[in-house]
Design a protein around this ligand. Structure first.
Ligand SMILES: Nc1nc2c(ncn2[C@@H]2O[C@H](COP(=O)(O)OP(=O)(O)OP(=O)(O)O)[C@@H](O)[C@H]2O)c(=O)[nH]1
Ligand SMILES: [Mg+2]
Ligand SMILES: [Zn+2]
Length: 352
């Protein structure tokens, strides 16, 4: 495989040598369809399945390949499908808590360099939701770029207000204002698509991700007409890594209705660094920020230096994430004994 194909670099090649030995071939997962995977080896798309040994050794859903992963493959003449023998370590992994009460997480994509977080600047704009996406992206040190879509539906004043809201929440990442209708701003997105780098489109359903992808990649994927209010409807159901003409890669994600954050401390601390550094200045190192004297957070909330909603969102995400991590660790501990951590959706039938 050519070195810049699909973003392959020496980091992955070194891992492949250690993990798979010399007989390996490397491929990138471009789509996942239950137990079948579509991989690309730089020449063509290949259907692949996991070898039995691999499935038996898995302990958690995170061990299974996801879109964007690098895998070692092997083909035997007598087999219908190519085998996936190993998944290489990931540079980054985007994951979220499964919707509902199930204690499980869903892996969204691996080895992402830049995440575009799309939100309509029209009715759907929600700063608290944006903070959630940023926690998820920051956790793995993926570069976030905010896309404010549907600028054709708002006045310049309304758009300026949205930008002020973002900046006031301490979000200083790059923001691109764009309209898929007038095509304003789309060239700025194109500039961010660098050969060999993998980007993904995240954001609520109906934000305009697939429409943008169609402009950029001329893919003609299905989008849906929005309701009169401008609210989106769920259209994209499958993640797929697209190779663009310039050698950059783009993954369009289905919008998620509920973004349960399952993040470690890093993502939360990074996004809410203003609160973390205020807390570090409290008189007591174990300050609970409730009624302790010399509490900098209470002081900042009192004099409105710290926005109450921003702080509440921090507490909510932190609590949710901690409770979830704990429940998940317990679940994993239990299932290790009975080896039932394999996700129900990934039942590997006859081949294994
Ligand atoms: N007015 C306006 N409409 C847009 C814009 N971008 C997308 N739309 C419309 O919004 C609807 C939803 O767009 P999609 O591209 O399917 O949204 P999506 O983010 O891919 O949604 P999911 O796949 O459900 O996550 C479509 O009818 C688009 O034509 C825009 O910039 N301005
Ligand atoms: Mg879509
Ligand atoms: Zn305090």
């Amino acid at each position: 495989m050519d070195n810049c194909d699909f973003g392959l670099d020496s980091w992955f090649e070194d891992h492949a040598r250690n993990l798979c030995g010399s007989a390996y071939r490397l491929a990138r997962v471009i789509a996942v369809d239950r137990e079948r995977f579509v991989v690309h080896d730089g020449h063509s798309e290949i259907f692949a399945v996991l070898v039995r040994k691999f499935v038996q050794a898995t302990e958690s859903p995170a061990d299974f390949p996801v879109v964007g992963d690098w895998v070692c493959i092997e083909h035997h003449e007598e087999d219908e499908f190519t085998s996936i023998n190993a998944v290489l370590p990931r540079k980054t992994l985007l994951r979220r808590k499964m919707a509902g009460t199930e204690i499980e997480f869903q892996m969204l994509a691996a080895n992402i360099d830049t995440a575009f977080i799309a939100q309509s600047c029209h009715l759907d704009f929600n700063i608290r939701r944006l903070e959630r996406y940023l926690v998820m992206v920051n956790q793995d040190r993926i570069e976030p770029v905010l896309l404010l879509t549907k600028t054709d539906l708002v006045s310049p004043e309304a758009l300026a207000k949205v930008i002020t809201k973002i900046r006031k929440a301490g979000i200083d990442h790059k923001v691109i204002e764009l309209s898929n209708v007038t095509e304003d701003g789309i060239d700025l997105v194109r500039e961010m698509l660098i050969p060999g780098k993998t980007c993904c489109l995240l954001g609520s359903s109906g934000a305009g991700k697939t429409t943008l992808m169609n402009h950029i990649a001329k893919t003609g994927f299905k989008t849906k007409t929005v309701s009169v209010s401008g609210e989106g409807r769920h259209t994209t159901v499958r993640r797929r890594l697209m190779m663009l003409a310039n050698g950059a890669m783009l993954i369009d994600m289905p919008g998620v209705r509920e973004l349960g954050v399952m993040s470690g401390r890093e993502g939360i601390d990074e996004r809410f660094s203003d609160i973390v550094s205020l807390g570090q200045r409290c008189r007591f190192s174990d300050c609970g920020h409730s009624n302790e004297p010399g509490c900098e957070i209470i002081k900042a909330l009192g004099n409105k230096e710290l926005d109450q909603d921003h702080y509440n969102n921090y507490l909510k995400i932190k609590k949710e994430s901690e409770a979830y991590e704990k429940a998940y660790a317990e679940k994993l501990k239990k299932s290790r004994g009975s080896r039932r951590a394999v996700p129900s959706k990934t039942k590997h039938k006859k081949r294994y």
